[in-house]
Design a protein around this ligand. Structure first.
Ligand code: NAD
Ligand code: TYD
Length: 349
């Protein structure tokens, strides 16, 4: 099998690439990534020597390039993660999200369709999406696979749009697709602009922790390694044309999560209890800030037997330990110096 993973140098993508490379040594995994600020080949340093790994630097917004790549490589499957992924950036620059997340996805669909048109037997186009497409919940209820789409941010609107295009290529052209919508991920190799790694880095540096609004918004957190395991199950056993929700039944208000993080960090850094909490600073709320996400992942549990492997407290503790023991990684991504890694490894662009 030859599987194309897009966005494999990013946070979740690097965990997916690592999982597939090590679990399926007889499959070839090609990682296609254009290495934006969020793409970092150092995320794959421990597995890049494996004989079944390939890296292609390329942009999914370039349709001709994708057509040629698919023609040459004859992929058996695609796991599509490449995206602009940060809500705050989507508020600052929405167009980049339309171009990458919508046009980029349509380009990939076109390339897969052209490559598999004579025989799509055994092929699979797996689109990785987010629970944010369902919009925002009040105090009650959970998102199921039947919840109508109601995205609010430019990020979630672009992901919702890409999901619709993936379904359209299935319904109209018979492309063998599958989609999953996952809740907030956390873990190693996450770029420190998202809540958990940003706050870990700020606590290390004793910088303010900017909590949007009153910190009452709720997110449903999942360890990224458990997401990669779910992706493996859905890729191999999910039903074509279906959608699967992925989430850890693990809702936390931002302020409770931040207090937990502060306690763990004080403990690990040998600081006085309560020291990191003093860094909490309430700031102006994010525009259009969704109040609550909560995922009902019972379909995935029932049909494919997936369950998260660790508790949130344990997962956050492991995550904190990882960032504390990877200070070089953290300082490279916060200084931007990781962006030279490609030149060192693969020659000057
Ligand atoms: P990320 O921002 O860490 O990584 C995105 C990767 O895509 C980077 O390596 C980047 O270089 C690459 N990329 C961006 N534009 C590209 C382009 N035009 N061509 C080729 N590569 C490009 O994102 P992430 O957090 O790992 O998210 C991965 C996927 O999972 C996204 O589709 C996201 O919507 C989805 N998702 C994320 C979460 C989460 O909590 N992070 C939750 C659910 C779903
Ligand atoms: P984030 O990690 O950006 O994920 P998403 O917006 O996709 O859920 O944010 C998680 C929550 O934390 C969200 O409610 C916004 C909030 N937040 C802050 O309060 N301060 C911050 O600096 C960031 C980045 C997020």
């Amino acid at each position: 099998m030859h599987i194309l993973v897009t966005g494999g140098a990013g946070f979740i993508g690097s965990h997916v690439v690592r999982h597939f490379l090590t679990k399926y040594p007889s499959s070839t995994i090609t990682n296609l990534d254009c290495l934006t600020y969020a793409g970092n080949l150092a995320n794959l340093r421990d597995v890049e020597h494996l004989p079944n790994y390939r890296f292609v630097k390329g942009d999914i917004t370039d349709g001709d390039f994708l057509m040629q790549l698919f023609e040459k490589e004859r992929f058996d499957g695609v796991i599509h993660l490449a995206a602009e992924s940060h809500v705050d950036r989507s508020i600052a620059n929405p167009t980049a999200f339309v171009v990458t997340n919508v046009l980029g996805t349509v380009n990939l669909l076109n390339a897969a369709k052209a490559s598999w048109q004579s025989n799509s037997e055994g092929k699979r186009f797996y689109h990785i999406s987010t629970d944010e497409v369902y919009g925002s919940l009040g105090e009650e209820g959970m998102f199921t696979e039947e919840t109508p789409y109601a995205p609010h941010s430019p990020y979630s609107a672009s992901k919702a749009s890409s999901d619709h295009f993936v379904r359209a290529w299935h319904d109209t052209f018979g492309l063998p697709v599958v989609i999953s919508n996952c809740s907030n991920n956390y873990g190693s190799f996450q770029f420190p602009e998202k809540l958990i790694p940003l706050f870990i880095n700020n606590i290390i540096q004793k910088k303010p922790l900017p909590v949007y609004g009153k910190g009452e918004n709720i997110r449903d957190w999942l360890w990224v390694v458990d997401h990669a395991e779910a992706i493996d199950l859905i890729y191999h056993q999910g039903k074509t044309g279906e959608t699967y929700n992925i989430g850890g039944h693990n809702e936390w208000s931002n302020i409770d999560l931040i207090r937990l993080l502060c306690r763990i960090m004080d403990n690990k850094l040998g600081r006085t209890s309560g020291e990191s909490e003093k860094l909490i600073t309430f700031v102006t709320d994010r525009a259009g800030h969704d109040l609550r996400y909560a995922i009902d992942s019972s379909k995935l549990q029932r049909e494919l037997g997936w369950v998260p492997s660790i508790t949130f407290e344990k997962g956050v503790e492991r995550t904190v330990e990882w960032y504390l023991s990877h200070d070089e990684w953290l300082s490279n991504v916060t200084s931007g110096s990781y962006q030279h890694y490609y030149d060192e490894m693969y020659g000057v662009r």
